[in-house]
Design a protein around this ligand. Structure first.
Ligand SMILES: [Zn+2]
Length: 305
């Protein structure tokens, strides 16, 4: 079965702003041909990767927009890169500099989407000050990924109040044409997110972080039972065809990346339906499985045929 990794930070690492890599050639011990060969071995047709602006809480970025563009340019038929941004500047005004940069990155460098992270940037997604970014995304016909959930990591200055999922309902009402992904099934507000998804065909979600154990935070080798329950709930809400797989890998190691995707997709293909049955849910059909692993995200990205 084909796999499309719809959410990752492959080849992106954290660095202070003045030390960020901007070219694939700056990544040590990395060979793009080898990565492509390993993706072929595993049946991964494409992966998405993106930079994240974390200057507000860490004074650093995860990757850079220039690097995201260069990664995609290295294998444009298989890699889909997004830019990251902080939509508000230090004074709390709309960040016009980044707004212009995003437009340039999309129009001139061919980037395919935008990552926004309200809890990291300390703003609400329905704050009208950030609306120019949504207007631009609609104008450019690119999707937005929102980190709009729990942070899955150690405690940081990322207040959960900025992740409250119902705030996205205003975004759906005000921007009916905006396509977006509320990452991580909006954990822990998954059912609220599914209700929002049932109101708009343009809202998607990924299952990143629901399988792998994250620094000992989750029990039972990650949280597959929660995943099984959430997928059954998504089916009940009629939105399972907008739920997709993402590894959320961060790093530069081909083998680490391949191992993670292999482990997670093996669970999806071989273990998930047993857990669904054990919980009394109907197992995923072949079509639902194919949608989760590769087809559903294509409707969001629109760039892969
Ligand atoms: Zn991520």
């Amino acid at each position: 079965m084909k796999i499309l990794d719809g959410h990752s930070h492959m080849l992106q690492t954290t660095a202070p702003v003045d030390k960020l890599k901007k070219k694939v050639s700056e990544i040590e011990d990395f060979d793009m041909n080898r990565l492509m060969a390993r993706l072929d071995d595993l049946g991964v047709s494409h992966f998405q990767t993106m930079a994240q602006d974390m200057t507000r809480i860490r004074g650093s970025w995860l990757g850079s927009n220039e690097l995201a563009a260069d990664i995609q340019a290295s294998a444009p038929e298989r890699i889909i890169s997004f830019a990251g941004a902080e939509p508000l500047d230090e004074r709390g005004h709309v960040n016009t500099r980044q707004l212009k940069e995003i437009e340039m990155m999309v129009v001139e460098k061919g980037l395919n989407g935008l990552l926004l992270t309200p809890p990291y940037g300390h703003y609400y997604s329905n704050d009208k000050r950030v609306y120019p970014f949504y207007e631009k995304a609609v104008e450019l016909d690119i999707p937005i990924y929102f980190h709009h959930s729990h942070m899955f990591g150690p405690p940081e200055n990322c207040p959960l109040k900025y992740a409250q999922i119902w705030r996205l309902d205003d975004v759906v009402i005000d921007f009916p044409d905006l396509r977006f992904n509320a990452e991580h099934m909006g954990y822990p507000w998954t059912e609220e997110l599914l209700a929002i998804m049932s109101r708009s065909p343009n809202v998607f979600t990924d299952i990143a972080m629901f399988i792998q154990p994250y620094k000992g935070l989750f029990n039972r080798k990650g949280r597959p039972l929660v995943l099984a329950r959430n997928l059954a709930m998504a089916r009940d809400y009629g939105v399972l065809d907008r739920v997709f797989y993402g590894s959320d890998y961060v790093g530069e190691s081909i083998e680490e990346y391949i191992n993670l995707v292999q482990r997670e997709t093996a669970y999806i293909m071989e273990g998930l339906n047993n857990d669904m049955k054990a919980l009394g849910y109907k197992p995923l059909t072949d079509e639902e499985m194919e949608g989760l692993l590769s087809e559903n995200v294509k409707k969001l990205l629109k760039t892969i045929t």
